[in-house]
Design a protein around this ligand. Structure first.
Ligand code: PHE
Length: 452
């Protein structure tokens, strides 16, 4: 398929795909979600399982999405329609890209609320709100934010406006310039903060918690949490990487590019863990605190750090931009589809989708205060969406997408994409996807649901 076929344009250099895909992967998943899921699931052993999931499930599925995207150079919905018209796949497969799009939409409804917390913390950072803050002060600051829907609504709205304006432009332009600066600065900032946190916090217990393995607590529940987190963190299972693959130049080896993205994603998550856990242990914060963990421990570090106000400002600004570069990939599937199928201008399509997300987001943020009723399994709407997307929708989406690629897409079509002049990674990827990733995801997901 010629590169000119792609209506949304092509990344202007092969490397830009790596930056854009890393921009999508690195976000709140690494800094907000990874530490709290690690905390809830017992630390070291979870980390080992998580790394295995990244390697044996996340990477092969990521390659599958990107390879299919680059093969067809269109949005996932039209692609599957086209394949079914050519009688390559059954028309029912079109449900898969729809499911993927809906998953991205649902993730964005609560992702935007958390990104809103990050903007609220950026505001507090700039105005010196963390100065000499204690652990009790940090907890009550966070609880106060959750109890003030008007403030959360403001920041949720600001974030959604940013998302709409950014997705409304072509993602193949501009995005890479932002990510190219963002990623190195984020890594260096996290590195500095990790060193400082280990100096003032309880380093030995944090390292012990994060890196010592004990197998007793590993159940299918825990493994499912690791699979869900790996998919969430790499942005796979919901078509985002499919879209980015569609804009990728043929000159880049897909396997190599995807391996770099996985490496960057893991590095940022580990650094976030090294920033947060030394504080968690020295200030006696509950490791199982869940989604508040990051937002309670970070102000403590900034409040006690020389020049903390500056560091806090830089850090939360980076976090907001990282969340933005992830959020735009969640809307890209529907925006590209509306643009390609109905010729709706990108900005209009983004506005339509953004308003729908914004609206549901209001219910999500109210579920943290006024409407805090347990809807199902003792979870409120916010928690339900977080768990439902990670533990059900993303794994199911990833399984279906992988089955589609591994069993139904003609092999030569994929082989063409994977074999470049420099490398042939096709065989190992194809076999791993078919015989390891897919069976593993099916067994883990089913066993996790049944609660083995
Ligand atoms: N990977 C992103 C993060 O870690 C979240 C995301 C999930 C982005 C799904 C796109 C699709 O924050």
């Amino acid at each position: 398929m010629p590169e000119s076929r792609c209506l949304q344009g092509i990344w202007s250099s092969p490397w830009i795909f790596i930056f854009a895909a890393s921009g999508s992967a690195v976000g709140l998943g690494n800094i907000w979600k990874f530490p709290y899921v690690l905390g809830e699931n017992g630390g070291g052993a979870f980390l080992v399982v998580y790394c295995l999931c990244l390697l044996l499930v996340g990477l092969p599925v990521l390659i599958a999405e990107v390879a299919l995207g680059r093969t067809v150079r269109s949005n996932p919905i039209d692609t599957v329609n086209d394949l079914s018209e050519r009688r390559i796949v059954h028309p029912a497969w079109v449900l898969v890209p729809w499911l993927a799009g809906i998953t991205g939409f649902l993730i964005l409804t609560f992702y935007s609320v958390i990104a809103g917390w990050s903007i609220a913390y950026l505001d507090r950072a700039i105005t010196g709100g963390f100065d000499n803050i204690t652990q009790v002060g940090a907890s009550s600051m966070f609880n106060e934010l959750l109890a003030t829907p008007s403030e959360m609504l403001l920041w949720h709205s600001v974030f959604m406006v940013l998302v709409v304006l950014t997705v409304g432009q072509s993602v193949t332009r501009g995005l890479s310039a932002v990510v190219r600066i963002l990623l190195p600065v984020l890594v260096v900032t996290l590195l500095l903060l990790a060193c400082y946190s280990m100096m003032i916090g309880n380093m030995s217990e944090a390292l012990n918690f994060m890196f010592r393995w004990s197998w007793q607590n590993i159940t299918f529940d825990v493994v499912l949490a690791a699979v869900g987190l790996a998919l969430f963190s790499l942005s796979v299972g919901m078509g985002a990487m499919f879209a980015y693959g569609a804009y990728m130049s043929k000159r880049m080896s897909i396997a190599r590019a995807c391996s770099i993205v996985v490496g960057v994603d893991l590095l940022v998550a580990l650094l976030a863990g090294l920033v947060i856990f030394p504080l968690v242990f020295s200030f006696d914060i509950d490791v199982q605190a869940g989604s508040s963990l990051t937002f309670v421990s970070l102000p403590i570090i900034f409040g006690n750090l020389l020049g903390g106000q500056f560091f806090a400002g830089v850090f939360f600004l980076l976090l907001v931009v990282a969340a933005l570069t992830s959020a735009i990939s969640m809307l890209e599937l529907f925006v590209a589809w509306l643009h390609e199928k109905f010729y709706i201008a990108r900005l209009k399509a983004a506005l339509l989708m953004g308003m729908a997300v914004w609206f549901v987001g209001i219910a999500v943020l109210l579920s943290l205060n006024h409407w805090d009723s347990k809807l199902m399994f003792g979870l409120n709407l916010f928690e339900l969406l977080d768990k439902f997307t990670s533990l059900i929708l993303l794994p199911v989406g990833a399984i279906l997408l992988s089955v589609l690629v591994a069993w139904f897409i003609p092999r030569p079509m994929l082989q063409n994409e994977m074999i470049t002049k420099q490398a042939n990674h096709f065989q190992w990827w194809y076999k791993t996807l078919k015989y390891i990733s897919i069976p593993a995801m099916i067994v883990i997901t089913l066993a996790g649901w049944i609660g083995v």
